[in-house]
Design a protein around this ligand. Structure first.
Ligand SMILES: C[S@@+](CC[C@H](N)C(=O)[O-])C[C@H]1O[C@@H](n2cnc3c(N)ncnc32)[C@H](O)[C@@H]1O
Length: 236
């Protein structure tokens, strides 16, 4: 991935207490910068220990604004501000049935689980087998046992639990995969990085009775979607 300078791997040195201080400071910073607005997202970010979703040799960097490498091909945990950047316009909230494509470390999935609460449901898919295994272990170790985790091509969606109230795609695609739009509930929202004329735009879709409304939030930089609707699969 170009555009980010990834710090060198090193032995972990920080204590739980140091991480807790950094986590609180990060949440304050995200509020100050206008990324973090809603109470449920704020509380989830204060609760979930991001350092537990990062390979040991990068965990000291957990609260830096950089994506960090994960086991698997081209997989990263996104930088901390990415989560409110996606979840705030998505309006992710209590009781939602949430579908995430691109499980990565499982950190965003854990945040979503906290946000939707016990009335909601989280379904997450990951393409890469090594990344999937890493995230599954992280979520299990963190005590999340009621999230539905699926290994496969998330671009195809997962009709079994559709329709979804909210869908979040965390890898960049040349077009929003049509099965995902189909599996979105009317009244629902979908967010995804979309490759457009050489850059990536974070795109928000709102599905209404009248049709699908599209809004660009900002420019972003994400790893590419793989599989049927990925960049190299002839979708261009
Ligand atoms: C930026 S990372 C996700 C970060 C993640 N949200 C986290 O909190 O760690 C994007 C992920 O999408 C996965 N991915 C790429 N194409 C995919 C596909 N077609 N289906 C499911 N996952 C895919 C990648 O393997 C990678 O793990």
């Amino acid at each position: 991935m170009t555009g980010w300078i990834i710090p060198p791997p090193k032995k972990p040195t920080k204590t739980r207490e140091q991480f807790a201080i950094e986590r609180t400071e990060k949440v304050r910073q995200l509020i100050r910068k206008g990324y973090l607005k809603s109470k449920r997202i704020r509380e989830a970010m204060l609760k979930v220990p991001r350092e537990d979703f990062i390979p040991d040799n990068y965990s000291d960097y957990a609260y830096l604004e950089v994506p960090l490498p994960l086991p698997g091909e081209q997989a990263t945990i996104s930088c901390p501000h990415s989560y409110p950047l996606f979840y705030e316009p998505l309006g992710l909230g209590q009781g939602h049935r949430f579908f995430e494509i691109g499980l990565g470390s499982g950190y965003g999935t854990a945040l979503a689980r906290e946000i939707v609460g016990s009335e909601g449901l989280v379904i997450a898919m990951e393409f890469d087998p090594l990344t999937f295994e890493f995230a599954t272990r992280n979520l299990r170790n963190a005590g999340y046992t009621d999230i539905i985790l699926i290994r496969g091509d998330g671009g195809l969606g997962y009709p079994r639990f559709a329709p979804y109230d909210r869908i979040c795609l965390t890898a960049a695609c040349p077009e929003i995969p049509p099965p995902l739009v189909e599996q979105l509930r009317t009244g629902g929202r979908l967010i995804a990085p979309v490759i457009e004329r050489g850059t990536q735009n974070l795109v928000l879709l709102k599905k209404t009775e009248e049709g699908v409304r599209r809004e660009i939030i900002c420019e972003v930089l994400y790893v590419s979607l793989r599989g049927r609707y990925g960049k190299d699969e002839g979708a261009f």
